[in-house]
Unconditional design. Structure first.
Length: 171
């Protein structure tokens, strides 16, 4: 049942990401709204149902975004692989850990985008415009991640109460 909740929520985020945010390119600089969702699922939810949601949503983002094929799915899978056991090793406050991992994930996504573009053009060019886009994305990640964490935590805990009758999903 959790799989369907995650999947419906991911479809809503993908619709917002691909339909609404491109209308405000300077404001959001294509900040990937799906990264905080993947990070939350990776850090704070059980592994049951997460991998199919990430795979399907990554494929949908690749298809609908108009970007390079496979970039989003690789990014989301790397986030899952790199940060799945983070809560075992680091004992920060959950919102602080979430914020750190979101910022690192935004950097990881931009690194992957840069590598794909460099491989396609067979050259490596640093530009001030690209650095500005990354800076805006990092600012959005810094500002929005505590709010998004509390929103996700409240929302998914309430959904857990509805689905399981008060038994929280075990991480």
């Amino acid at each position: 049942m959790h799989f369907f909740v995650y999947f419906i929520f991911s479809i809503m985020l993908i619709c917002i990401q691909t339909a609404l945010l491109p209308n405000f390119p300077r404001l959001f600089a294509q900040y990937d709204l799906f990264i905080p969702f993947v990070v939350y699922l990776t850090l704070f939810r059980s592994s049951i149902g997460i991998l199919p949601v990430i795979l399907i949503s990554g494929c949908l983002m690749d298809l609908l975004s108009g970007g390079h094929v496979g970039v989003y799915i690789i990014t989301y899978l790397l986030i899952l692989i790199c940060f799945r056991t983070t809560t075992v090793y680091f004992h920060f406050n959950n919102s602080v850990l979430f914020q750190i991992v979101v910022i690192l994930s935004v950097l990881l996504e931009n690194l992957i985008f840069g590598m794909v573009i460099s491989l396609q053009t067979v050259s490596f060019n640093l530009s001030i415009y690209a650095a500005g886009i990354v800076a805006v994305q990092l600012i959005w990640a810094l500002i929005s991640s505590p709010l998004v964490y509390h929103l996700f935590d409240y929302l998914f805990n309430e959904i857990d109460k509805l689905i399981t009758g008060g038994l929280r999903e075990k991480v």
